[in-house]
Design a protein around this ligand. Structure first.
Ligand code: ASP
Length: 340
């Protein structure tokens, strides 16, 4: 569905300057915009904006698919990390970028939670973006620094209840998946903890390994390596089934917190008004990337898998976004959490 951005008219001048310098910095090609010419697309570098830190789970998934997408498109794909405010800074930048297919956003479940969490967001997910396709749905794990006292999820609950003022819970900012999972943990256990926000769970995990924070929820695409290496303590996986790559890790239901269930869906977006032919080209390239055996193998090692081909489409992605905006809008409104 073609929509018209509410923000672009006023933001176009500012955004054009921002996007030109972004592309020029990445590609050194002088920064001329492609002007939405679908037939010749792509004739310059495509930038995929990751709204979280390099090395984190969103970044990892994006870098996995960037190369096979570039091969299919016959161009170069550059990954750019634009961090801040739980992913809303990068998403806002892409909402205001030129709708020419050269600025793409990888975002996750946070796209559907931010409108309910932020009082003034500066973009509207359904109006300001075209959906390109879903990418993957990633389980989360509850992990702690190696020497944190609790050894099981039940111990963790008992420990945080007794030490609420002292325990620190890391996340990647308001609206990040780690923040949502942390909110669910606090609401199911009835404990309010001291939250420590980062620009992404890449740096949060580094601090967890270093012992600077106590625990957090994070996606298997980020935690699997550190769990396997014994650098962090893992309590549970937040999906109904165990994860094949971490077979010894119980589910939250098995470990006694069945209400704590969350998985993190990801999708690709372009600004609203991007020509449909370009959206289709990107969606086709995404499908090819998700069918790539190297991508499938890398995802499997990290506890996830590509979505089925039918979900890597603009229609399936839009339907998911609409459904999730409704679901999370209600959960967040009921919880009373709001950021000014
Ligand atoms: N996806 C974020 C990241 O890449 C983390 C999060 O949402 O919790 O850092």
């Amino acid at each position: 569905m073609q929509t018209t951005s509410r923000y672009r008219a006023t933001a176009r001048m500012v955004a054009a300057v921002g996007v030109v310098s972004l592309v020029a910095a990445c590609s050194g090609n002088g920064g001329a915009n492609g002007g939405g010419d679908a037939a010749g697309y792509p004739d310059q570098n495509i930038t995929i904006v990751v709204p979280f830190s390099a090395g984190g789970p969103t970044d990892t998934v994006t870098r996995m698919i960037a190369e096979p997408m570039a091969a299919k498109l016959g161009g170069k794909v550059v990954v750019q990390n634009v961090e801040g405010a739980g992913g809303t800074v990068g998403a806002g930048d892409v909402a205001r970028a030129d709708p020419d297919g050269y600025t793409v956003l990888m975002h996750h479940i946070g796209m559907s939670t931010a409108p309910a969490l932020y009082k003034s967001l500066g973009y509207e997910p359904l109006e300001d973006f075209e959906t390109v396709g879903l990418v993957t749905e990633v389980p989360m794990t509850i992990v702690a620094r190696k020497d944190f006292a609790p050894t099981t999820l039940q111990d963790l609950v008992t420990h945080v209840k007794a030490n609420a003022s002292k325990v620190t819970l890391a996340n990647a900012g308001i609206g990040a998946a780690s923040h949502l999972c942390g909110l669910l943990f606090q609401s199911t256990t009835g404990v309010k903890l001291q939250e420590v926000p980062y620009q992404g769970t890449g740096p949060a995990l580094t601090d967890l390994v270093g012992g600077q924070v106590d625990f957090m929820c994070d996606q298997t695409t980020n935690t699997s390596g550190q769990i396997a290496a014994g650098k962090v303590k893992a309590y549970a996986v937040t999906t109904p089934e165990r994860v094949k790559s971490l077979p010894d890790l119980p589910t939250t239901a098995e470990a006694g917190l069945p209400q704590l269930q969350v998985s993190v869906w990801h999708g690709l977006y372009v600004p609203a008004d991007t020509p449909q032919e370009i959206v289709q080209k990107l969606s086709e390239a995404l499908k090819v990337a998700l069918a790539d055996q190297g991508v499938i193998d890398q995802m499997a090692k990290l506890g996830t898998a590509p979505v089925p081909a039918d979900d890597a489409t603009p229609q399936a992605h839009r339907a998911k976004l609409e459904e999730q905006l409704g679901t999370w809008g209600k959960i967040i409104a009921d919880s009373g959490v709001k950021v000014s």
